[in-house]
Design a protein. Sequence first.
Length: 277
Amino acid sequence: MNKDSIIKKLFEDKEVFASFINGVIYQGKKILSSHHLKEINLSTISDSFKERIRDIVQVYQTGDEIFSLYHIESQSVVDFSMVFRMMEYQAELYLKKFKENHRHREKLPSIISVVFYTGKEEWKQYRSLYECVQLSREIKPWISDYKLHVFGCAQNEIEFDNVDLNFFVWGLKYSYQDKWEYLMTKFKNKTIKRGTMKMLSEMCGQKEELKDMEEKVEVTHELGSYQRRMINQGIEQGIFQGECNVIKTLSQTMSVEEISNAVQKSIEDIKRILESR
């Protein structure tokens, strides 16, 4: 699996996606909820999006009302053309929403684009249109600037509330610094999905340090299809007894911490429900 495919797989998890946007855009405030996110099929936007395997676009909506679109683009090297590419993608997204707005009177949802940069060197240049074109003092007021928003994993200082995203991003950062002991200390006794561990290992080139780390952190298997169906069933039922039944069934194969992460309930609530049997 190449690096772009790994990042796409990482952010297809809506909880990871929401945690990233909340951490980077909203300074850690829990503005986005994973339950209100819906991924867009990029092939329906335009021909130029059909080949964009690195792009992930999630729509934030409640009911039929769309509030915003969030676009994450994976990039492993600094690219001069990224400013123009992101301008193009945003314009196409806005045009699509404009054409869907038949009355053309309502304001369009905002579109936020972020480059998820996994390279080692800091992305210092080519972060705005002004940096990429020749400008004189006379014509500058006539040209609108476009700013490129880049999140660099190697320079990250954010603590994300999703432990798997946190592990992946900090793992990349420490891999460049060759400070694996920092990663082990930071995530000691944390529960990391085995799939996340595998993705980080593939991004870093199958490092032996990550194999050793599996013995020092709690690694959990991904949820199986049956467990996913049970969770969805409880959500759809939307009643307390339904949730209780789901949690009690999951407890046969999962730890309290794993159930808490899966159904988005506190550990205390999970324990209270299990003790009520």
